[in-house]
Design a protein around this ligand. Structure first.
Ligand code: A3P
Length: 294
């Protein structure tokens, strides 16, 4: 790859060969994309019209997206749950659908929110901040971004890709930086989360999420209920996530692939200290300047 291609800021995709040798890669706005992902990104760029009330859940892969979707979906639809008498106000439920089918990705699906029975239109995206459709930024929509220790993200990704042979994108540090810098400029519109913080104090961050969505908890016990319902064990043990499948970019994926271990620091079981240190050094080099730390 030429340095010109690596550092190009062009908004016209530039092709290059992929490191997995299966598909080509495209450089677009400083990010490497596999074709299907880029196609979805460009389609969203050209056709998606955001509304000011929309809320976007953004993340790079394997950073806690599924959990964030489950929590957000549960917060947004509480009070509108399917009832036992069959008069459901929601068309989807965590009990019957993997969180990815509750809140679809902007770039992978037809662009309408699947969250019904809620006042809050929730969307999700793996797109970098600079590649979001312009209307998402200009309509002043709210964004929640989640990131995760790159070492755990790397190990999580390795297991996931090994199973699925699915496309990826990067660089990860640029993904984080785009949202991190935007969250400093517009803190009232962009809530920046770390997976590790969410694990450490889920109650606190779920409270913040509900406030950010504009639907704070009032009833005692409601917040605890959301946290419990969306815990790793609760979601993993649902039949839909044990034996169900869903479709993503034309591939069928077992829902269980999204619920591997859900712990912080699992990288130590797979990477040596030296390998971990190498990743830390790269991340520090890329992120410390702008003031971001894990
Ligand atoms: P591990 O592979 O380390 O277990 P994503 O949803 O962005 O694909 O991220 C997947 C990671 O989030 C996986 O990490 C998965 O186990 C973890 N995860 C999924 N649901 C979770 C939950 N409810 N609580 C905590 N972690 C969860």
């Amino acid at each position: 790859m030429s340095s010109e291609m690596e550092f190009s800021t062009t908004s016209k995709p530039i092709p290059a060969s992929g490191w997995r040798g299966l598909q080509g890669l495209f450089l677009y706005k400083n990010f490497w994309f596999y074709p299907a992902f880029l196609k979805g990104a460009l389609h969203a760029r050209d056709h998606f019209q955001a509304q000011p009330t929309d809320i976007f859940l953004c993340s790079s892969m394997k950073t806690g997206t599924t959990w964030l979707k489950a929590l957000s979906f549960t917060i947004a639809t509480r009070g509108h749950r399917p009832s036992d008498d069959g008069s459901d106000m929601t068309t989807v439920s965590l009990r019957t659908a993997v969180p990815h089918d509750c809140i679809p990705f902007l770039e992978f699906h037809e662009y309408s929110t699947a969250v019904t029975g809620s006042e809050i239109p929730l969307f999700a995206s793996h797109l970098p901040y600079t590649c979001l459709p312009k209307s998402v930024i200009h309509s002043d929509c709210k964004i929640v971004y989640i990131c995760r220790d790159p070492k755990d993200t790397f190990v999580s990704m390795w297991f996931f890709l090994r199973k699925l042979n699915l496309s990826s994108h990067g660089p990860y540090w640029e993904h984080i930086l785009g949202y991190w810098e935007a969250s400093i400029r517009r803190p009232e519109k962009i809530l920046f989360l770390k997976y590790e913080d969410l694990v450490e104090d889920t109650q606190l961050w779920v409270k913040k999420l509900a406030e950010f969505f504009g639907c704070p908890f009032s009833a005692g016990g409601e917040r605890e209920g959301v946290v419990k319902e969306c815990s790793f064990e609760s979601l993993r043990d649902l039949e839909v996530n044990k034996s169900g499948k869903h479709e993503k970019r034309g591939r069928v994926i077992e829902n269980s692939a999204y619920f591997r271990k859900g712990v912080v620091g699992d990288w130590r079981n797979y990477l040596s200290d030296e390998m971990g240190k190498k990743i830390d050094v790269i991340m520090e080099e890329k992120l410390m300047g702008p003031g971001f730390t894990f």
